[in-house]
Design a protein around this ligand. Structure first.
Ligand code: SOE
Length: 382
């Protein structure tokens, strides 16, 4: 089988998760890495024996590279993805796909025109118990979906001394909590229910209007390791928190909260789906469990075990029962499907694509407008 050669742009927190997942795929070779922080890239290049490029454009001009992973700060996604597609590369892009709806629309059109595979990393769909939830809903086990609710809560930006590039809209885009983690939540809600968000009302809040920015750059989540430092007081123009109530069509209703300032919640995407027959709830901090709620019999807690999953959900669990699968595994599952679609015929619709990234920017635009105008906004739905 042909080894597909791929390159990773950006070697921070998530770039390393991508590298790790790619190296677990049989048909794919991590053939190059690049980062503006050349010390970091150099360490990885030496450690993993991967060639390091001084500039991502060198990689785009290399005809032996088939695909690229864009793991840089959000503001660079659009330009890098556009150049990569123009250079004929298949593209995996971290979320959010771009920092505006217009940019995302351009990328969707360009990828279609070029006939190149494209993926946006809404990979939390690939926890085995999330797949079980989707399959239960598809099989009608929950009945008609009445209510969808949940949170995506983190605490790594609780203090005003917490800093990361995402806080600065120039690097992260105009939204933080909603774009960074709220978009994961809405992607999952629409994916597991099969429903579309049709209108919403959002309220955002920036608790720290000023933060103490460390003088040197801080990697995602690494801020917690800092001692007292030399900080610069910096105005903050992105939100720490957002609450949204929403409608999914004529009958289904829901609510969600995204927060990066909730002490004790490390990375908790929780989703609860209530149907006319039964309900199901999943929590990313306990990823190998799925709670099933019943009205007339005792509730259930299913532990991840391929033999207990719906047959359609089994291919998302690689390990036997009692062997937990987590965050890093979701990237492996996502990339396995993306790379299998390269060279295959058909749409390759079993993974999130640029159109799904555009969908999240459509929802985000409605959230920002709703907050700004203090009213309900209709969400255009394909
Ligand atoms: C930071 O908030 C972050 O790393 C997100 O960017 C990821 O998408 C999420 O999975 C974990 O948190």
């Amino acid at each position: 089988m042909k080894q597909i050669k791929t390159a990773i742009f950006g070697t921070g927190f998530v770039g390393r998760v991508h590298l790790d997942a790619v190296r677990r795929l049989e048909s794919v070779e991590a053939a190059a890495i690049v980062d503006t922080n050349s010390n970091l890239a150099q360490r990885l290049a030496v450690g993993f024996a991967i060639p390091m490029a001084a500039d991502y454009r060198t990689i785009l001009h290399d005809p032996t590279i088939d695909a690229v992973h864009i793991c840089t700060p959000n503001a660079q996604h659009f330009s890098m993805a556009k150049q990569a597609l123009e250079a004929g590369k298949h593209v995996v892009c971290e979320k959010p796909l771009a920092t505006s709806l217009e940019e995302a629309e351009e990328l969707v059109a360009l990828a279609t025109q070029k006939g190149l595979r494209n993926c946006v990393c809404y990979g939390l769909r690939y926890y085995p118990m999330v797949q079980q939830l989707r399959c239960m809903r598809e099989a009608g086990d929950l009945g008609e979906i009445l209510i969808v609710q949940g949170t995506y809560s983190q605490d790594w930006l609780l203090y005003d001394t917490d800093w990361n590039w995402r806080i600065d809209s120039k690097a992260g885009g105009p939204s933080r909590a909603m774009a960074d983690i709220g978009s994961h939540w809405f992607d999952m809600a629409e994916y597991v229910t099969g429903l579309r968000t049709t209108s919403l009302c959002a309220d955002l809040q920036t608790f720290h209007v000023k933060r103490k920015q460390p003088k040197h750059s801080i990697e995602t989540f690494a801020n917690k390791m800092l001692g007292p430092e030399d900080y610069i007081e910096t105005a903050v123009d992105t939100e720490d928190f957002g609450a949204v109530i929403f409608r999914m069509g004529a009958r289904t209703r829901g609510s969600m909260v995204a927060s990066q300032v909730s002490a004790g919640r490390k990375n908790r995407l929780s989703i609860e789906v209530y149907g006319t027959k039964s309900s199901a709830a999943w929590d990313q901090e306990r990823p190998n469990e799925l709670w099933i709620g019943h009205r007339d019999t005792g509730n259930q807690l299913i532990l991840k075990d391929p033999s207990l999953l719906k047959p359609e959900a089994r291919s998302y669990a690689d390990l036997p029962g009692g062997h937990g699968e987590g965050y890093g595994d979701t990237f492996k599952q996502l990339f396995r499907r993306f790379y299998a679609s390269i060279g295959a015929s058909g749409a390759g619709s079993d993974y999130p694509q640029f159109a799904d990234g555009l969908r999240q920017l459509t929802i985000l635009k409605a959230e920002l407008e709703s907050h700004r105008t203090r009213r309900w906004i209709d969400v255009p739905t394909p």
